[in-house]
Design a protein around this ligand. Structure first.
Ligand code: NAI
Length: 252
């Protein structure tokens, strides 16, 4: 394994947007740590990256668990080297209208998105400040602007925007930029599950979503990965604390 490559960590990298981001960052020359709930789920992504001649490792983590996060980042450092790029992508939905939304669904969604992004960022920042260079990219969503049935998720994704701006203020002096990408409708297991919840086939759901999208197509995980890749670039070093909507239009 090439120890000299800069190291990137992608949480929730086993599938969907996280997988596309992991592959893209490997393509950009990073050794990539693919973190997900269990390492086994991330293995196919790691194998695909290795096939292209790049370095990658699969690491199991629950981003809501402080001990698990510290152990995962220590493992990344041992196996690949100190991470200087972090993409906080792990996420879940537990949708329901307010009157039916239970407290557990509220807590779980906020824990994965907000507590998770906090714990992993805190664990990784020391390597970035030591290197005096770093990039953090957080996954927000158009749902941050409000979305029926997603009080918990939209609160979490709006929270991510505040978190992003605060970290940008705190870490800028160390050469670390912190930005957020806020996707609209992207074809992944998450949107497949939403289609099922609202009682539509995925094709019907996609067709309905596309009607609202100015560029008239569904987003793909690679659309998000390319926005992440922009923020990570060396020549994006004067862009920090920003939220980039990747939604085929001004929002979705
Ligand atoms: P996905 O459901 O396909 O993948 C999410 C990944 O996160 C899974 O591999 C899952 O195992 C992992 N994960 C969940 N909880 C975890 C935990 N506690 N610890 C570690 N890993 C965990 O989701 P998708 O669609 O790829 O979404 C990725 C991110 O993009 C999420 O933050 C999501 O909220 C956000 N997003 C997605 C949009 C979409 O249309 N698909 C739109 C806007 C934002």
């Amino acid at each position: 394994m090439n120890q000299n490559k800069p190291v990137a960590v992608v949480t929730g990298g086993a599938r969907g947007i996280g997988e596309a981001v992991a592959r893209r960052l490997a393509h950009e020359g990073f050794a990539v740590a693919v973190l997900d709930l269990d390492a086994e789920a991330a293995e196919p992504v790691v194998a695909a990256i290795r096939e292209t001649g790049q370095s990658a490792v699969a690491v199991g983590v629950d981003v809501t668990d402080e001990v698990s996060v510290e152990a995962a980042i220590a493992q990344v450092e041992k196996e690949l080297g100190p991470p200087i790029v972090l993409v906080n992508n792990a996420g879940i939905t537990r949708d329901d209208l307010l009157h039916k939304l239970n407290a557990e669904s509220w807590d779980t969604v906020l824990a994965v998105h907000l507590r998770g992004a906090f714990l992993v960022s805190r664990a990784v920042q020391r390597h970035m400040t030591t290197a005096r260079w770093g990039r953090i990219v957080n996954l927000s969503s158009v749902s941050a602007l409000g979305n029926r049935g997603q009080a918990n998720y939209s609160a979490a994704k709006a929270g991510i925007q505040g978190f992003t701006k605060t970290l940008a203020l705190e870490l800028g002096r160390f050469g670390v930029t912190v930005n957020a990408v806020a996707p609209g409708f992207i074809v992944t297991d998450m949107t497949r599950a939403t289609a099922e919840r609202v009682g539509l086939t995925f094709d019907e759901f996609t067709e309905r979503a596309i009607r609202e999208v100015p560029v008239q197509r569904a987003g793909q995980p690679e659309d998000v990965a390319s926005a992440v890749a922009y923020f990570v670039r060396e020549d994006a070093s004067y862009v920090s604390g920003q939220v980039l909507y990747v939604a085929g239009g001004p929002r979705s």
